[in-house]
Design a protein around this ligand. Structure first.
Ligand code: NAG
Ligand code: NAG
Ligand code: NAG
Ligand code: NAG
Ligand code: NAG
Ligand code: NAG
Ligand code: NAG
Length: 286
């Protein structure tokens, strides 16, 4: 494999969205310990929801021709209860899942389930067992997190994570606000002494309005405003003013008060010089 191929392969692996993955232990344990081990190292013990998942799980587990086999996340606490999966308490049991003559509840105390991975017709079939027996753990690891999908719900299957977008969101991760959901901006009144020209009658997203002031007047806001995706304009209502007004507006109140203070101090300073410094002065320019 040359470098180009290596880079292409690396990129394609990154691009593939991975769903949940299956894992198993190398040591045997009872059912409770197996679940604890799964939760400590992965997400939880496997919960199977359909035949396809069952087939896939058995395909990734090592073949074994005698006990111990593999614990799966199907259990009950009493003989009269239905079998229930960990996770969402689903009671799915396929028509061909149990091995022949199982579940037999031998000695009325088999409340946990193992999966056979032997070579022949029992491969992938289930058997009820006593929960204190020692078998290998089978676990899954989930890939969906709270941050996987921005504007949608994360849906996970074997080897596939898909973001199911809420209305108004699009993209792999529902990260983009769709055009259909974009909000028009509110109409904006023109300036008092000028004109406003807009690129869209209904002020749709990305449309722009341009202000032109009457002769001799200046714009004291930005000359263009654009309607943003959130339905708000990029700037305030455009306004026009004379040069004098514009200067004052630009100077702002802070600048004006500084100017006044300098002025006042200078006058005080002159007055004090005339009175030969009889009054204390607070200005620093002496
Ligand atoms: C599943 O059932 C158990 C016991 O019946 C209950 O404690 C648990 O909340 C249930 N879980 C869900 C996700 O319904
Ligand atoms: C349990 O979760 C699986 C996977 O998310 C889903 O396919 C199944 O319908 C759920 N079952 C119940 C009873 O909610
Ligand atoms: C029930 O379990 C006993 C002891 O583990 C075993 O000898 C017997 O064959 C089992 N019966 C069935 C029907 O599996
Ligand atoms: C599993 O093993 C643990 C530790 O040895 C023990 O405390 C627990 O009772 C066992 N559980 C079952 C169901 O046998
Ligand atoms: C993943 O699942 C989604 C929805 O179930 C499906 O549309 C998509 O084709 C799947 N992607 C792959 C790579 O299997
Ligand atoms: C607005 O413009 C941005 C950047 O040019 C573009 O990505 C977006 O799709 C546009 N939105 C609409 C609703 O036209
Ligand atoms: C503007 O909005 C009105 C009312 O929603 C609609 O009837 C009209 O077709 C729209 N005009 C344009 C150019 O989209």
């Amino acid at each position: 494999m040359n470098w180009t191929q290596a880079i292409v392969l690396a990129a394609s692996l990154v691009g593939i969205t991975v769903g949940w993955t299956y894992h198993y232990s190398n040591v045997t344990m009872n059912w409770t310990q197996a679940r604890t081990w799964c939760r400590a190292n992965f997400t939880d013990m496997v919960a199977i929801q359909n035949q396809q998942e069952n087939d896939y799980l058995v395909s990734v587990l090592p073949q074994r021709n005698s006990s111990p086999y593999f614990w799966i996340g199907l259990t009950k606490t009493h003989a009269s209860e239905r079998w229930m999966w960990l996770g969402n308490n689903s009671t799915w049991v396929g028509s061909e899942s149990w091995a022949e003559n199982e579940p037999n509840n031998n000695r009325s105390s088999e409340f946990c389930v193992e999966m056979y991975t032997s070579e022949r017709q029992n491969r992938g079939k289930w058997n009820d067992e006593k929960c204190n027996r020692l078998k290998y753990a089978t676990c899954y690891k989930a890939q969906c997190t709270n941050t996987t999908c921005d504007g949608g719900r994360c849906h996970e299957t074997i080897n596939n994570v898909t973001c199911l977008c809420e209305p108004g969101f699009v993209g792999d991760r529902c990260q983009t606000v769709s055009v259909a959901a974009a909000v028009d901006c509110a109409p904006v009144p023109g300036p008092d002494h000028g004109e406003l020209r807009c690129s869209s009658v209904n002020h749709t997203v990305n449309s722009t309005c341009h202000v032109t002031c009457s002769f001799g007047l200046l714009t004291i806001t930005s000359t263009n405003i654009t309607c943003q995706t959130n339905g708000l304009w990029t700037g305030p209502r455009p306004a026009c003013a004379s040069y004098k007004q514009a200067l004052l507006a630009v100077a702002g109140s802070g600048a004006i008060s500084t100017l006044c203070c300098i002025c006042f101090c200078w006058m005080q300073h002159r007055k004090n010089n005339l009175k030969k410094k009889t009054l204390p002065v607070q200005c620093q320019d002496e």
